[in-house]
Structures are given as structure tokens and as C-alpha cells.
Ligand binder design. Structure first.
Ligand SMILES: [Zn+2]
Length: 481
């Protein structure tokens, strides 16, 4: 996501052990894994009434006598496990506890079926309300980090990644877009059932449903299909502001590696939003970001959200402690795109932001920022500066190898800060031997583990001439349709 305004977090106890993870916010259960969510939702926009059935394919990771799922603000009408009633279930305080009829050994696969209904509303969080939220005329779901339980029962941890089938029935003429590939839109009496198949491992916070009176505009068909769902009166403004999406995708594929999903869908809501937010294969912007009267600063948010498809959505964090790996790469992508598109260079932006950070309190460590500072702007900017410092120290070619290896090796998986350190050492060793490994390890210790802001090292890097030339003066005949 782009940065939210700060807030204070009261860490709530986690589950499953004497030392709860303060970064889990009391959500999720590490004792089991949900492999697949099959969601059938029926929603009335006018009355904000949601009724759903969720079928979860659960794999136990240790012997279990009960499952704890997250579900907030909705009423549970029934639970079945492998087609039969469980010993009992209880839904209280946002937790659905299902006591199994028989204890399940580790590696048992269970089919958990939950029927539920109610008036969905967002979950309160220290960063504002997150999750399913009514617009003036439609719905937005923006769940980072803890909003997923506002609309389906789930194991709400960023590292518990599943495939999805999502079916949503809504009255006409509303359009529904969910994450994944659209597979059907079946008319019913006065309504339409929209169905989506998500084959990629997806964290719960990246699952989404958007409902509105949207026009569906294709920006470019190949090599990656990009489209925008936008209220008809905002189509012209959005087209103009997204005119360089094909070049941005080309640049990011060159810089980061192959695009990790089948398509990219942008949504522009008719309402203004405080911040845009990423979802799997999608990004959601407000009318204030991509409408005709949008402010110019919004331009940097478009590359930020696209970059999250590689950093955060395909390669996901194993826990919220490692958030800088999402936001540092996404913020750095803003600076890279600035240079590629003819604006200030990455190096000039890094220097400016380094100067600005130097004037702020230096009481935050990137590798362990604390739950209350997850979305502090310093995490974003220092994260990007850490990558710039790493690029200056490694050199352009080894840095490029690092990024491409990162997105390739961890595609569909989860990562920690330790994984980035290990890869940096690996790449440094190949390019400069033991002395370079020691240099990189010392650099990362200063940037990640110590609060004081280190100086930017080494000479300024530059993007490859061919990339800049190609993107500033594209010779390809491909154009947005
Ligand atoms: Zn972000």
C-alpha cells in the first residue's frame, strides 16, 4: 500500500504458544494451512447484506483438536467438517473456534464448510478501517493488513497463502471484479453471478472484491493484459493518466523479471480514497488519484502499486515484521520509474530522501520496526534507500542479478529479511569474493539493524542506456488499444 497516516498499535496476544507474535495482531493460526478457499457470496448493494458459504480445504500442520478461524462482524449460521457437524463451534470476538469431532493428526486434510451472513463492515485497525467497505454506490475491499475477516472466514496470516474460487452474485447493473481470472458472468433474475479463479498462492489480505457501476477499459492486450475498471465519467481522465502503462510494464519486466501473474487490473473508485492499495493482480485507486482532477503526486502511486505485484504479492512477506521488503522495493520502483520516464534520476531522488530522513527522528530499525510503525513513512523511504545503497555497493549488474533471482527464486513464496541478507551475500560472493561479502554484510547491518541513518555509499549507479532509450523513444508498434 501507499503509506497510511501513523497510529499506535496495542499488540494483542497471538495464538499457539507462550510467546505470541506481536506482528500477528491476534490474527491467524500457525498450526494449520488453508490450501484453497471456495467462496460463494450473495450481496445486495442497496441494503449492504452479504450471505456467504465458504468451503476451506485445510491441512493440519500438527495434531489438532480444534481450528481457529478469523471472521469479524458477521453471523455464523452453520459449520460442517468433512460434511458432518463438528463437536461444537463458537464464534466470539472475531474468532470462529471449531472443535473437531475427532482429533486430527498432522497432515490431515479437512473440508471446512461455513455458512454466514450479515452486514459487512470494515475491521478497525490502528491504521484506520480495513476490509469490506461500502462506497457511495458499491463496495471496495482493501484488507492490508488485517481486513480479510470482514468478508470471509480465514486463517488471516500473510504467510498462509492459498488458491481461490470466488463467486459473487450482485443485482444488475453492478459490475464485480475479484482477484484471479474471470471465468463466468451468468445472468440470473435481475442479477449476475460473477466467478473468478485464482490459481496463484494468495495471502488473505490480497484477496479482494470490487463492486460498482464500472466501465471495463482495456489499456493494452499484450504481452500482459492490462485493464482499468472505472466509472464512465472518469474514463477519459484515467486513460490519460494511465497512457504509459505499457511502457511501465516493459520497464518493470526488464528491471524486476517476468510479470508474475496473468493480467493486471486497476480499479478507480467513484469515491476519493486516502491511499491506493494493492491486491493480487490488481490495484485500487480513488477518484482523487486517477480521476481528471487528480493531483500530480498521484503519479508516483501508479508505479508503486504495480511494483507490489512482484514485491508483496508474488513474493510475500512471511510476517508483517518484514514489511520493508514490500514497501522498500515498491518505493524504490517509484524512483526507478521517475528516471525511466524522463523525470529526476533515481540517484537524485535517493539523495533528496536521504537528506529528508536525516532530519527526522532516527529511532526505528528497519528489520524490526515494531508493530506500531509498520506503515511509518520512514520504513518506506529507508527501505528504498537500503536498496539503493545495496545497488551502489554491489554495482549495477550484480544488483540486477539479485533482484531477478529474488523474484524468480521466491515467486509464489514467502520471504524474511534474513532471506535478502543471504541472497545479497551470495551475489556479493560471486561478484567480489569474501571482501565484498563482508562489505555487504556490514552495509546491511548498518541499514537494517541500527537506527542511525548511514551515509549513502559509493558512486551513483545509472540505469542501462538501452532501457532508457527504448522506453523514452519506443520503436515498438504496440500501442494501447
Ligand atoms: Zn505499498
Amino acid at each position: 500500500m501507499a503509506r497510511r497516516r501513523g497510529g499506535r498499535v496495542r499488540a494483542t496476544p497471538g495464538l499457539g504458544g507462550p510467546r505470541p507474535d506481536p506482528y500477528a495482531f491476534g490474527h491467524g493460526d500457525p498450526r494449520f494451512h488453508v490450501e484453497h478457499y471456495d467462496l460463494e457470496l450473495d450481496y445486495r448493494v442497496r441494503t449492504n447484506r452479504l450471505s456467504g458459504t465458504a468451503h476451506l480445504r485445510v491441512r493440519t500442520l500438527e495434531p489438532l483438536s480444534e481450528l481457529r478461524l478469523d471472521l469479524s462482524g458477521l453471523s455464523v449460521h452453520g459449520v460442517l467438517v468433512d460434511g458432518a457437524p463438528p463437536a461444537r463451534y463458537r464464534h466470539r470476538g472475531g474468532t470462529l473456534t471449531v472443535r473437531l469431532a475427532d482429533p486430527a493428526p498432522a497432515q490431515t486434510v479437512l473440508g471446512v464448510h461455513v455458512t454466514y451472513a450479515g452486514a459487512p463492515r470494515p475491521v478497525a485497525s490502528p491504521w484506520g478501517e480495513v476490509g469490506w467497505e461500502e462506497l457511495e454506490d458499491g463496495v471496495i475491499v482493501a484488507s492490508q493488513p488485517t481486513g480479510a475477516p470482514s468478508w470471509f472466514p480465514c486463517n488471516d496470516r500473510p504467510d498462509d497463502r492459498a488458491t481461490y474460487r470466488t463467486s459473487v452474485t450482485v443485482e444488475n447493473p453492478y459490475v464485480v471484479v475479484a482477484h484471479g481470472t474471470p471465468v463466468a458472468a451468468r445472468p440470473r433474475a435481475g442479477a449476475t453471478t460473477w466467478e473468478f479463479d485464482e490459481p496463484y498462492p494468495t495471502s488473505t489480505y490480497l484477496a479482494t472484491v470490487q463492486i460498482g457501476r464500472y466501465a471495463d477499459v482495456v489499456l493494452v492486450d499484450a504481452p500482459v493484459r492490462q485493464r482499468v475498471l472505472v466509472p464512465p465519467h472518469l474514463v477519459a481522465g484515467a486513460r490519460r493518466r494511465l497512457a504509459r502503462q505499457p511502457q511501465m510494464m516493459d520497464a518493470f519486466v526488464d528491471l524486476f523479471g517476468p510479470y508474475p501473474f496473468d493480467a493486471y487490473t486497476l480499479v478507480v473508485t467513484p469515491d476519493p480514497l486516502e491511499i491506493p492499495l494493492e491486491a493480487q493482480g490488481m490495484a485500487v485507486f480513488g477518484s482523487n488519484h486517477l480521476g481528471s482532477g487528480a493531483d500530480d503526486d498521484a503519479g508516483r502511486l501508479v508505479p508503486h502499486e504495480l511494483a507490489h505485484q512482484w514485491f508483496g504479492n508474488s513474493v510475500s512477506v512471511a510476517g508483517w515484521q518484514h514489511i520493508w521488503l514490500n514497501e522498500g522495493f515498491a518505493c524504490y520502483a517509484e524512483w526507478l520509474w521517475s528516471e525511466v520516464s524522463g523525470g529526476p534520476t533515481t540517484d537524485a531522488l535517493a539523495s533528496d530522501h536521504h537528506d529528508a530522513l536525516a532530519r527526522l527522528p532516527q529511532d526505528l530499525t528497519l528489520a524490526d520496526p515494531g508493530p506500531s510503525d509498520l506503515f511509518d513513512d520512514r520504513v518506506y523511504k529507508r527501505g528504498a534507500l537500503t536498496l539503493h545503497a545495496l545497488r551502489r555497493t554491489l554495482g549495477d549488474a550484480p544488483y540486477r542479478e539479485l533482484v531477478h533471482t529474488w523474484t524468480g527464486r521466491h515467486r509464489g513464496g514467502t520471504v524474511t529479511t534474513a532471506d535478502l541478507r543471504a541472497l545479497a551475500a551470495e551475489v556479493a560472493g560471486r561478484s567480489g569474493g569474501e571482501a565484498q561479502v563482508a562489505r555487504v554484510e556490514e552495509l546491511l547491518t548498518d541499514w537494517l539493524d541500527r537506527p542511525a541513518l548511514p551515509p549513502l555509499p559509493g558512486p551513483a549507479p545509472s540505469l542501462p542506456r538501452r532501457l532508457l532509450d527504448h522506453l523514452r523513444h519506443p520503436t515498438s508498434s504496440r500501442a494501447p488499444s
